[in-house]
Ligand binder design. Sequence first.
Ligand code: PMV
Length: 337
Amino acid sequence: MNIIKEVTIKSPANIAFIKYWGQKDKKYILPFHDSFSMNLSNCYTTIQLSVHENPTVQELSIKEYKGKDYVKTEGPALHKVKDFYTRAKEFLHVENDFGFILYSKNSFPKKAGIASSASFFSALTLAFTEAFGEKLSQKQLSVLARLSGSGSACRSIPDGFSWWNKGNNSNSSYSVSIAPPSYWDLVDLVVIVTFDEKKISSSEGHQLATTSPFFSCRIKDVEKRLQQIKQAFLKKDFTTFGKLLEEDTISMHAVMMTQQPPLYFWSGATVELIKKTIALRGLGTEAYFTIDAGENVHIICQEKDEETVYTYFKNQEEVQEIIKNEPTIGARVIKSV
Ligand code: PMV
């Protein structure tokens, strides 16, 4: 084997407080509006990339969450990687070619509403950039991560709390950190009700968002909500912040459920946990729910309430596992030799 370089990258998933749903430009993955997220400390992808001097070598092996070994894949995941490799080459204007052997593992279940494509593609962005020997600014890395197809991957590049400015062309649509991880001790308890993989990907769902009669209402509301949540974030007003992030979740899922064909990501367990979050607030503990494209529920609270919230949800019959997350840094090179 003629390995010429080895790179290890770690990159987090992120949870959006104001979500991205629908694409204004499908080729360049431009959103209709800004979105805003936090990087998750215990939900991340680690990629090991060996650069091979033979360009025809293109391999991907994946170790599933709780899986024992890496399994080589030839399926759609490898095709997406190959497509992104071509896109990265174009973006970086590089002539040289190389083969790749990739090993990828997740610290959390994939395709279950926990942004596994964001952590994977942001890690891959940094891996290919490093392998080509390129040094990109954070802005350019974020642009390239967005072009992977998983737009939200661009929010996993900067540290802590990440704001994706929609921009009006490919070069102006990227994410920046608006606060470091230490800014606010928020916690995301990822409450897992199922390990099953969803049947429809976000990428497919985005394409049909505008068929919902509620899409235009969301676009109008979301601009106002973005301003309001930024103010609440700057003031660390958790009550307003929580109310707004829940509103945004419902707004996005209302669009999903009314687009054609409709997308129902929620199960009965999801709805039960929504109700139980509201009940917990009734008992005097502040916690708010948010849900991505999947059944599982993210509960956002402050560190001071983490134990109470954790114990409450752990004892619910729907719950299989809980992954505790605090805000963390974005994608990083762990090793490059
Ligand atoms: O980046 P994509 O194509 O995986 O879409 C992600 C969309 C949501 O997770 C549902 C919302 C968001 O902003 O993270």
